[in-house]
Design a binder for this molecule. Structure first.
Ligand SMILES: *Cc1c(COP(=O)(O)O)cnc(C)c1O
Length: 364
């Protein structure tokens, strides 16, 4: 039996090869390799998809978060409230600016940060709230907006391009929405890339300035920014892929619905679905005896992933914050239980069934 990978980008790119190669040639011949018309066209196309008036292409999702916080003037003495359960960049961007990440636990019945815990964590030093739309499902933006009041929300939408909730599209609700085009993300480049969206023209202008060393015109620096620019080549390749975003999302949703059904009644907990438009960047179950299940699936040739093996507050680089095991019980439990299954759109019914059967067999 052939192996089932966790993700198969080859299958995604195969039908697009000619268009991708044509886009590459176009950029190489153009002589314009950084920002420029390809990036501007891509920004306009993503702005349309997200339903946000301003989009600024940047060098990565991590830099998108950093740039958003820089544009909001986050710095030493400030606190930014975020989740204990996410990819490192969510918290790293706060610490890199000399601000303090104030971690909050996730909800017991989901993977998103608990709005009530956010409310308790707000102090006079709080400068922003940074929720994550983990695995492609938007956090509870309605409750968070209520709790935040006038505080800006920066959405880490790195895993959620295309997702939506009652408040709007992921990324378009807060002061800033931050996206990643890391190759495995819902829209993946052939290298690093990212983007921020905002509905605020002033914040957009600040972010654009900060993206290129705060210079306007060239060699006159109003702000100390950085090099957060997006390459024309990535933008051109992403423009080839963007029109397929929705169909790929539907493919993952179909896989998710089949897994939900196939695993119903088994000892594993299928992922909660709070909103219609869940992008299912990952399909993450909670599994008893997770590591043994993972080994059994590997034995059967089925690739899985653990996102994430440990909570952010227990990372060695955050030791000085003084957190101890037990401070974030729900995030800690998630780290012990989560397992991501293959969900890529080209998976198909037969391979989906092999995954489901292997899980049911393990618990039988
Ligand atoms: C991928 C990711 C990022 C960072 O994006 P990069 O493009 O890899 O820098 C940030 N937050 C979350 C939740 C992510 O999944």
């Amino acid at each position: 039996m052939t192996a089932i990978p966790l993700l198969d980008l080859g299958a995604q790119h195969a039908p697009l090869m000619e268009a991708l190669e044509a886009a590459s040639r176009r950029v190489i011949r153009s002589g314009q390799y950084i920002l420029g018309p390809e990036v501007e066209a891509f920004e306009a196309e993503v702005a349309e998809v997200v339903g946000s008036p301003h989009a600024i292409g940047v060098s990565s999702g991590s830099d998108a978060l950093l740039l958003a916080l820089m544009a909001l003037d986050v710095g030493p003495g400030d606190e930014v409230i975020t989740t204990a359960f996410s990819f490192f960049a969510t918290a790293g961007c706060i610490a890199r600016l000399g601000a303090r990440p104030v971690f909050v636990d996730i909800r017991p019945d989901g993977f998103d940060l608990d709005p009530e815990a956010v409310a308790r964590a707000i102090t006079p030093r709080t400068k922003a709230i940074l929720p994550v739309h983990l695995f492609g499902q938007t956090a509870d933006l309605k409750a968070l907006r209520h709790v935040a009041g006038d505080l800006p929300i920066v959405e880490d939408a790195a895993q959620a391009l295309g997702a939506a909730c009652c408040e709007g599209h992921a990324g378009a609700v807060g002061a800033f929405g931050c996206f990643s085009f890391f190759p495995t993300k819902p829209l993946g480049g052939v290298g690093d890339g990212g983007l921020v969206v905002t509905g605020d023209a002033e914040l957009a202008a600040r972010a654009r300035l900060l993206r290129a060393h705060g210079a306007k015109p060239k060699y006159t620096h109003h702000l100390v920014g950085g090099n957060f620019r997006l390459d024309a080549l990535q933008a051109a390749l992403l423009r080839v892929k963007l029109p397929h975003l929705e169909a790929w999302m539907r493919g993952r949703q179909e896989n998710a619905a089949a897994y939900d059904e196939g695993l119903a009644g088994s000892p594993v907990m299928t992922p909660p679905r709070l909103h219609e438009a869940h992008a299912y960047h990952q399909y993450v179950i909670r599994a008893p005896r997770r590591d043994a299940l993972r080994a059994a699936l590997a034995e059967a040739g089925i690739g899985t992933g653990i996102y994430y093996p440990s909570p952010l507050p227990s990372q060695p680089c955050f030791a000085e914050l003084g957190h101890a095991p037990g401070d974030f019980p729900e995030a800690e439990r998630a780290c012990r239980e989560v397992l991501a299954l293959p969900i890529f759109p080209e998976l198909g019914a037969a391979r989906r069934k092999r995954v489901t059967d292997a899980i049911l067999t393990f618990y039988a």
